[in-house]
Write a protein that binds this ligand. Structure first.
Ligand code: PSU
Ligand code: MN
Length: 297
């Protein structure tokens, strides 16, 4: 794959120094402007503070970029037409010289091609509530690409039990980071089980090494509960989610539009509180991902 690494990322990879990938769909389709650019920069700063190198991944005018300059980040966040880009979309954006914002799926596959082992995000895609055949490509990518994805679980816009079933089928170990429960993004708990509780970055790094030694090619999903002081009451979020889901069905929204529509509606309906929770967990995940990258060496 033809990839353009920024000088900083190229140097870190050549020195085998710890690198953490970051996705770009959350910048273009997950958060409103201009907070999206501020958050993207803040996440890079958190990773640097820990002593790792951040690598934000996106497609800029058909070029697959790993590590963006400040200018490139602004260009992406302000571009009119940015295609949400998972595995299926990648050849299209590259062939047409378009801007592409990579999802968890798209970011994983590019990170792997670049030699990056750890990737931090907010929430992964999953199986949609009431639409069990709408399975995010994120889950299938986790099944085939050995990258460790650090997230806060998944939003309950999704069917979380079915999402865990698909991860099991795909052979993806689900790690609870210092927890016995699968976190549900705004809430640290869901009453759903994880496969193993890892107490430290070192334990996660050890799992990654054993997975490689066994010759298994699936990713690892590390789920980190939202810090307690930022968690939101379940009922408040659930009401907004119900409303957003009904609207999506009434408007017959389908395919790749579903997730951005639900994210935008839930964020509009819940306002400030959900946005600051979202940002807090993104930073927390970036910190944990950097610690894992350092422990993996
Ligand atoms: N969930 C969130 N925020 C996000 C996404 C999901 O809470 O920004 C984005 C991620 O980029 C994820 C993508 O990979 O949505 C999943 O889209 P889909 O459901 O269409 O696969
Ligand atoms: Mn889908």
């Amino acid at each position: 794959m033809k990839i353009e690494c920024s000088p900083e990322v190229a140097r870190a990879l050549a020195e085998r120094a710890p690198v953490v990938a970051l996705e770009s769909t959350l910048i273009t389709h997950g958060l409103p402007h201009p907070i999206n650019v501020e958050v993207a920069r803040a996440l890079e700063a958190v990773i640097r503070e820990q002593g790792a190198t951040p690598a934000t991944i996106a497609v800029l005018q058909g070029r697959i970029c790993v590590g963006l300059t400040d200018n490139e980040l602004t260009q992406l966040a302000e571009a009119d037409q940015v295609r949400k880009c998972s595995r299926r979309d990648l050849p299209i954006v590259v062939a047409r010289g378009e801007f592409g914002a990579t999802t968890v799926c798209g970011t994983m596959l590019i990170a792997h091609a670049a030699g990056i082992r750890v990737f931090s995000t907010g929430g992964i895609g999953g199986v949609h509530r009431g639409h069990p055949l709408d399975v995010s490509a994120d889950l299938l990518e986790l099944g085939r690409t050995p990258v460790t994805v650090v997230c806060a679980g998944a939003k309950s816009i999704l069917d979380l039990p079915l999402t865990l079933e698909v991860l099991e089928t795909q052979g993806v170990p689900v790690v609870g980071y210092q927890t016995d429960e699968f976190p549900a993004f705004y809430s640290p708990s869901s009453d759903l089980p994880i496969d193993v509780n890892c107490e430290s970055p070192r334990e996660v790094a050890a799992l990654m090494r054993v997975r490689d030694r066994l010759g298994l090619s699936a990713g690892l999903l590390v789920t980190v509960p939202i810090p307690a002081e930022h968690a939101l009451p379940h009922d408040e979020i659930e009401e907004a989610i119900q409303k957003a889901l009904e609207e999506a069905d009434a408007k017959d929204i389908r395919g790749k539009e579903v997730t951005p529509f639900l994210l935008a509606r839930v964020s509009e309906l819940t306002g400030e509180a959900s946005q600051s929770a979202n940002i807090a967990l993104l930073k927390n995940n970036a910190r944990v991902a950097a610690e894992i990258a350092l422990a993996h060496g």
